[in-house]
Design a protein around this ligand. Structure first.
Ligand SMILES: NC(=O)c1ccc[n+]([C@@H]2O[C@H](COP(=O)([O-])OP(=O)(O)OC[C@H]3O[C@@H](n4cnc5c(N)ncnc54)[C@H](OP(=O)(O)O)[C@@H]3O)[C@@H](O)[C@H]2O)c1
Length: 236
């Protein structure tokens, strides 16, 4: 479980652990990871930055996971091009696209050798639609969707299932990170509407991975009822 220290990742780790899974919680912040791991029976924290291909390989290959939730990701800023900081674009691309690739390549060989396993990508509705100022983040999530489609082809006949869960707005630390700690701006994202909770997404992931082996859910898009598209949100 990558990005397990917060938000969707933490909720999914808790849900999987409650369902009986032995969960390895990956992230960069030891204290936050260990706090979530303590809530997961048989949970353990594993420090790894998904941007570092070698570190991901060293950390994840020995785990031999039969279920991977490839979730770590972020947005930084919402400036419209050409505004924006190339150093921040690199962090977003290196995490959301290259990080997802690093995790796929470190974990798929073991699953293919076993002839079974589940790889769940946490994409976004931003991988299906765009919105003003969403440029780099939306591009990376469109890329995650392309990786999902490519993996479906490459894994055909392997016994390994790949799925993408694409949520709309979820109340997590995401907007706080995106707006660089500006709490008021982050809170305004959800003003007057009811977003998904991290537990809503976790429940969907748990459902996907507990289908019988011949069923591959594939793509699951989860919207808050108050959100009709990436640009149309009903606020009271
Ligand atoms: N919130 C939403 O509205 C929403 C909607 C659709 C999709 N998503 C997607 O859901 C996923 C989870 O986001 P969230 O909403 O749960 O946000 P969050 O609460 O900010 O959690 C993000 C997680 O990613 C981890 N992370 C970030 N960079 C990392 C790196 N380089 N290496 C390892 N871990 C890293 C963070 O851990 P540390 O910083 O502790 O390392 C944290 O655990 C992301 O892929 C996001 O794009 C979110």
């Amino acid at each position: 479980m990558t990005g397990a220290s917060s938000g969707i990742g933490a909720a999914t780790a808790r849900a999987l652990a409650a369902a009986g899974a032995e969960v390895v919680l990956c992230g960069r912040d030891r204290a936050r990871l260990e706090a979530v791991a303590a809530e997961c029976p048989r949970g353990r924290a594993l420090l790894v930055d998904v941007r570092d291909a070698q570190a991901v390989r060293r950390a994840l290959e020995p785990v031999g996971a039969d279920l991977v939730v490839n979730n770590a990701g972020l947005a930084l800023g919402a400036e419209q091009l050409p505004a924006g900081d190339p150093a921040e674009w690199a962090v977003v691309v290196d995490t959301n696209l290259k990080g997802v690739l690093h995790v796929l390549s470190a974990t798929l060989p073991g699953m293919k050798a076993a002839g079974r396993g589940d790889h769940v990508l946490v994409g976004s509705v931003a991988g299906r639609q765009v919105y003003p100022g969403g440029n780099v983040y939306c591009a990376t999530k469109h890329a995650v969707r392309a990786l999902y489609e490519a993996q479906r082809l490459d894994l055909a006949g392997s016994g390994v299932r790949v799925a993408t869960v694409d949520p709309g707005m979820v109340a997590t630390g995401f907007s706080g990170v995106r707006f660089r700690g500006d709490a008021a701006r982050a809170a305004a994202v959800y003003a007057g509407m009811t977003p998904l909770s991290p537990a809503d997404v976790a429940e969907a992931i748990l459902w996907i991975v507990t289908r019988p082996p011949h069923v591959n859910v594939g793509e699951l898009v989860l919207w808050p009822t108050d959100q009709a598209s990436t640009t149309l949100v009903h606020r009271r």
